[in-house]
Design a binder for this molecule. Structure first.
Ligand code: HEC
Length: 183
């Protein structure tokens, strides 16, 4: 091999190294969905994600005061899709949700509703709850608008006093058969 060829190889290697350092260190390309998924798989969550959950909501949402029309729609969805597992004031298949909008950020509640499977598998608080309730949360057919309506329902209930069992929204809805394989 000639000196010239060796030199050009060294140069090429140096360029590649500098290039890749520059790409990873200095570029401001936002993380792709695939990169984010891979990071979550590795359990490598940002502090924002620890606080606000993982899922389709990846930045702060600005909330207005509770909108009663939204909250009413949210209540109807709650009765139809959530009451099988949740009361507001008692444990059912899942935890009581009266004060969840106070305990958790709006983004967290949205991500729990829109991405319960990954929240239960990859988020530290979600994993702890799955272990505690020995059950994953499963729901289908909830849109982001539905989640906002549910959020306003939960926000509207957060300050209210507890009510007896037979006044829980959706009281009488039978719990689902256990599907738990939470390990
Ligand atoms: C099949 C049962 C089931 C259904 C249906 C269900 N959940 Fe859950 N939910 C759970 C379980 C179990 C947990 C705790 C484990 C976990 O976090 O995944 C939970 C956790 C949650 C949490 C987190 C509570 C906390 O303290 O962090 C929220 C919020 C929530 N559910 C809201 C809802 C809403 C809103 C609906 C309806 C759209 C719903 N759930 C439907 C079972 C269910």
């Amino acid at each position: 091999m000639t000196l010239g060829r060796t030199l050009s190889k060294v140069l090429l290697a140096a360029c590649l190294l500098i290039g890749s350092l520059w790409m990873s260190g200095c570029s401001s390309t936002p993380e792709t969905d695939a990169e984010r998924q891979a990071r979550w798989q590795q359990g490598n969550l940002t502090s924002w994600e620890i606080q606000h959950g993982i899922g389709p909501v990846v930045e702060d949402i600005k909330l207005a005061a509770v909108d009663n029309a939204l909250a009413e729609r949210g209540k109807a969805i709650f009765v139809q899709k959530c009451a099988t597992c949740h009361y507001l004031d008692m444990k059912k298949t899942g935890p009581p949700l009266r004060d969840v909008a106070k305990r958790r950020s709006p983004e967290y509640v949205m991500n729990q509703i829109l991405n319960p499977e990954q929240m239960g598998k990859m988020h530290p608080d979600g994993r702890q709850l799955v272990a505690q309730y020995a059950q994953f949360m499963t729901i289908q057919g909830i849109t982001r608008d539905n989640a906002l309506e549910l959020l306003d329902f939960l926000r509207s209930e957060a300050g209210n006093p507890a009510v007896p069992m037979e006044q829980q929204p959706g009281f009488g809805t039978p719990p689902p058969p256990p599907t738990a394989d939470a390990k």
